[in-house]
Design a protein around this ligand. Structure first.
Ligand code: SAM
Length: 231
């Protein structure tokens, strides 16, 4: 993969970045995403943020090798600390991390989100926790997409600030309010895979010397909920 050849996952994330956006890509690693968008002339400015030295250096090389120094600024920093008010960022992308880490980054950098009109988030796991953060912080989920690549199914969640409070049910936080409306074959694969993994864990728990009954019952109830949703 490079800026000219994005993975299917990053291509789909890129589709949610608005035309002419001033974007921040937090945890950008090689900066492939902003570099690809800049090469296509789709964004007007980007900050690529990284907290680890190796990936930060990768970003610097990718930006330099593609001659994108005027459009993409690499910044070394933790989460949204990479953004400054003068950047006038309107779109924040955080992709390829766990949903809990994404929620922590958003929580810690809340004050940097003023003026940001769109979050494009791609959690690898932990979507429930991320959706809960969005709901508690008045971000409405505007789009959700599932992407299947290399035997893994990724979720993309696009959220925008809302002036009115609203709530998602436990059911919607689990499956995604918009994914639930569409469902479809990738949705089914994701949750069938979840059931198989959980049933394997249940088998291991049940064969323990002292099976954790409360946990087992919780898991069984969750599996049942998923089965009913698929039906
Ligand atoms: N966003 C790219 C993608 O989706 O392909 C790269 C994903 S990579 C798996 C995650 C990157 O996030 C790593 O390079 C890691 O160093 C960076 N990262 C993790 N926590 C971070 C934080 N708090 N602030 C900035 N970057 C972070």
């Amino acid at each position: 993969m490079d800026a000219q050849h994005l993975s299917q996952r990053l291509k789909q994330v890129a589709e949610f970045v608005p035309e002419n956006a001033r974007m921040a890509d937090i945890g950008s690693d090689h900066a492939y995403l902003p570099a690809s968008l800049a090469l296509k002339g789709k964004i007007s400015f980007a900050v690529a943020g990284e907290v680890v030295k190796g990936p930060y250096e990768n970003m610097v090389s990718e930006i330099h090798n593609n001659g994108l120094q005027d459009t993409i600024i690499p910044r070394f920093g933790n989460g949204l600390d990479a953004i400054e008010p003068a950047d006038k960022i309107d779109t924040v992308v955080i992709a390829g991390m766990g949903g809990s880490l994404i929620a922590d980054i958003l929580e810690r950098g809340k004050d940097r989100l003023q003026g940001v009109s769109r979050l494009v988030l791609q959690p690898n796991v932990g979507e429930y926790r991320l959706r809960t953060w969005l709901m508690h912080n008045r971000y409405q989920i505007m789009a959700e997409r599932l992407v299947e690549e290399d035997d893994h199914i990724y979720e993309i969640i696009v959220a925008e600030p809302s002036i009115v409070p609203f709530s998602y049910s436990d059911f919607e936080l689990t499956f995604g309010p918009l994914l639930l409306e569409k469902k479809g074959p990738v949705f089914e694969n994701k949750w069938k895979d979840y059931i198989s993994r959980q049933e394997r864990v249940l088998d291991q728990m049940a064969s323990a010397k002292q099976p954790p009954l409360d946990r087992i019952n919780d898991m069984k109830a969750r599996i049942q909920l998923v089965k009913e949703t698929l039906d």
